[in-house]
Design a protein around this ligand. Structure first.
Ligand code: URA
Length: 257
């Protein structure tokens, strides 16, 4: 395939077409060993070699999948002993896919699997506050005060090694690791017999065990956790646990927005 140099670099996530034109003109890009200053230079994606600031930028097509993660599977690319989310994919097709963000081993639901590092960075950057929604079953009956506490921003108790760090810092609230950003909690169903609540929780950050720790902070431990959306991407509920499918054009455009 032949492409303009600026399009080639934009497809590889190096910036917007305007930014890319600028750095081509500044001489940051070489094409087959020569500095080229013309954004319209045609590049053969199979044969030509393009470098940006001395780093080779090979052309690869981007792929995007969603998988409905089952419990019992690690969100990792490989593990010697345990099954990982990438074991569901045929490695002979390509070997550069990775999951965007993490779900705990016992959690289920939406994971985006791609080789688009720029998109992953955008979705995971704490500065971007990308919303994530979860269906959660907790032990205990949720009350208005619990929803208010979520909306205000809960203080999350320190976990494991965080405890030592906080004690060393001698902060006023020695047991709070951080204050969670305001989050939304909506009641779906209160099971008074089992003393459990089914809720939907939306958060805008993704700290380690975030939902479990937030629910623990209101003394309503998580029994079941499933991610149902990430940014503009919604889990396709027709996917059975462990099933995946490629994103549609529309989903790709939405998630990139
Ligand atoms: N919050 C958690 O506690 N676990 C997850 O897997 C995701 C969010």
């Amino acid at each position: 395939m032949k492409l303009r140099l600026d399009k080639y670099l934009a497809d590889m996530g190096l910036g917007t077409r305007t930014e890319i034109k600028e750095f081509i003109k500044k001489g940051f890009v070489t094409w087959n060993g020569e500095i080229v200053k013309k954004p319209e230079q045609k590049v053969d994606t199979q044969k030509d070699r393009v470098f940006y600031h001395g780093i080779e930028i090979p052309y690869h097509t981007m792929e995007y999948y969603m998988i409905n993660k089952p419990a019992g599977v690690l969100t990792a690319t490989e593990d010697k002993r345990q099954k990982t989310i990438l074991d569901f994919f045929d490695h002979s097709i390509r070997n550069d896919l990775f999951p965007v963000g993490r779900l705990d081993k016992d959690a289920e639901g939406l994971l985006l699997i791609t080789n688009d590092g720029a998109l992953a960075h955008k979705l995971l950057s704490p500065k971007n506050h990308i919303p994530k929604r979860y269906f959660v079953i907790v032990s205990g009956i949720i009350e208005q005060q619990d929803m208010d506490a979520f909306a205000k921003g809960l203080f999350i108790p320190a976990y494991g090694k965080e405890k030592q760090k906080i004690e060393q810092k001698k902060e006023t609230d020695r047991f709070a690791a951080f204050q969670a950003m305001p989050a939304k909690m909506k009641i779906l169903f209160l099971d008074k017999e089992k003393k459990q609540s089914h809720v939907e929780i939306q958060i805008y950050e993704g700290k380690f065990h975030q939902i479990k720790r937030m629910c623990q902070a209101i003394s309503k431990p998580v029994i079941y956790l499933k991610r149902i959306s990430m940014g503009n991407l919604e889990l396709d509920h027709s996917l059975k646990l462990g099933e995946y499918r490629a994103l549609t054009e529309e989903e790709i455009n939405n998630v990139r927005k």
